[in-house]
Design a protein around this ligand. Structure first.
Ligand SMILES: Cc1cc2nc3c(=O)[nH]c(=O)nc-3n(C[C@H](O)[C@H](O)[C@H](O)COP(=O)(O)OP(=O)(O)OC[C@H]3O[C@@H](n4cnc5c(N)ncnc54)[C@H](O)[C@@H]3O)c2cc1C
Length: 403
């Protein structure tokens, strides 16, 4: 029994050999080759099998295929069969499925349509990702510099623009992605879809604060992220944990309603953009760098936060009513089927334009090891990814079937 799934016995010269190789290569299928021209034993084996010197002869999934057409070959590998069964169920094969419709995914949908590709965008929530809860976005070029623009408005415009150029956007959680030859099968709660390529733009998760008391007061005084609701914090004493942009955004917003806001930064200096830190301080936010939060305490309600400040050996207590944890992004667990994509500290590592080692699988935005996680950089990453992808698809056409 041959060990490899596909073995090609060939004389290395006939036109049929070339066509068979083209078909396998276009499907990204690998094979073992045995030469009937240079190996007498292989030659004898093929003659015995076929009763003549046929070339090529392929062994595919327990079947022998003497000089198959490209169509027969694809059928035997399973690719052709899958496409037919997909079409018979009335499913469209998209050029690209974009998974995740935050700003990176929406930019990718728009960019792919500009390249003339058919695009399906899927998100488990409404389009917008981390933009949705932002009360005022002020770092996107041309947006929010003179008045506060809610992230939800920008998200709605991005989605509208992607739809306007012809992208199909649907709500559905993607549960797995399987690569089958040149095609990818995307399994989601909205249905199963075929695509020639997939762009992953699933974003990042919130970094957790693992200290005594957090679980007890979660959503009862302690919240994650800047999803801040003014009413809850009006006239309250609030602590924000984190030193990056997200923490400063939360603090600036809270300073409009809260009695006072203290930001405890884990690093020796805030890592947020200097202008944001300046604005926070200008809004009477107290910023304490170099802190380690030890515990939060209270009977029925949150009462006290204990922390250690660099250079001060004693633990300090901060009376408070509410706390927002905004420690920045953390990597998500990859969608099943993508575990083998190379990672860098849990984020997808990639080549230029989001290209990965799997043909036709690209990554964009916060889920990648991108340098800066801002609206401007993730939109750029989504649209560059789209451009590289349509160039890749143009250079990897599906094989023409021999009839
Ligand atoms: C509090 C805060 C404030 C910020 N403020 C600013 C600012 O003022 N200016 C600025 O430039 N940037 C800001 N940013 C950063 C910016 O919002 C992010 O960098 C950006 O949203 C990342 O975009 P993304 O598309 O990569 O991921 P996300 O926005 O995280 O979108 C990912 C999407 O993928 C979807 N998804 C994930 N898994 C699946 C799945 N299995 N199936 C289907 N869908 C899935 C999610 O539902 C989500 O909609 C801020 C971020 C935060 C958190």
């Amino acid at each position: 029994m041959p060990a490899a799934k596909i073995i090609m016995f060939s004389d290395g010269v006939s036109e049929s050999n070339r066509l068979a190789k083209d078909a396998l290569e276009a499907q990204h299928l690998s094979w073992d080759e045995r030469s009937t021209a240079t190996d007498a034993e292989t030659n004898a084996f093929v003659r015995k099998l076929c009763g003549a010197a046929v070339s090529p002869v392929l062994y595919v999934k327990d079947q022998w295929l003497p000089d198959p057409t490209q169509e027969e070959l694809l059928e035997a590998t399973g690719v052709r069969f899958d496409i037919e069964s997909c079409e018979s169920r009335g499913q469209t094969i998209f050029d690209v499925v974009v998974v995740g419709l935050g700003p990176a995914g929406l930019a990718a949908c728009h960019g792919c349509r500009l390249g003339g590709l058919s695009v399906l965008g899927l998100d488990e929530n409404e389009p917008g990702g981390h933009l949705l809860p932002l009360t005022d976005v002020d770092e996107y070029l041309g947006v929010g510099f003179d008045e506060a623009v809610p992230g939800a408005d920008i998200a709605a415009n991005f989605a509208e623009h992607a739809r306007h150029v012809g992208a199909t956007l649907m709500q559905g959680k993607v549960n797995s992605i399987r690569i089958q030859g040149a095609f990818k099968r995307v399994h989601s709660t909205a249905g199963n879809f075929w695509a020639r390529a997939v762009i992953i733009a699933t974003g990042a998760a919130q970094r957790e604060l693992k200290i005594e008391g957090v679980e007890k007061f979660l959503n009862r005084g302690i919240r994650y992220g800047a999803q801040v609701d003014a009413q809850i914090y009006t006239d309250r004493r609030v602590a924000v944990i984190g030193g990056g942009d997200e923490a400063m955004h939360a603090a600036i917003f809270l300073s409009r309603f809260a009695k006072f806001v203290t930001v405890l930064c884990p690093d020796d200096e805030p890592t947020a953009e200097p202008l944001l830190v300046e604005r926070a301080i200008g809004n009477r936010v107290r910023v304490i760098p170099g802190t380690r939060v030890a515990a939060v305490k209270g009977d029925d309600a949150l009462d006290y936060l204990f922390f250690v400040e660099k250079g001060i050996p004693e633990e300090q207590g901060l009376p408070l009513d509410a706390m927002v944890v905004a420690l920045g992004p953390a990597p998500k667990t990859p969608i099943p089927g993508l575990e083998r994509l190379p990672q860098d500290e849990g984020y997808f590592a990639h080549g230029e334009g989001g290209k990965t080692m799997f043909g036709g699988i690209y990554v964009a935005g916060d889920c990648t090891n991108i340098d800066t996680r801002t609206l401007m950089s993730v939109v750029a990453s989504g649209s560059l990814c789209a451009k590289r992808l349509w160039q890749w698809l143009a250079s990897h056409p599906l094989p023409k079937l021999k009839v």
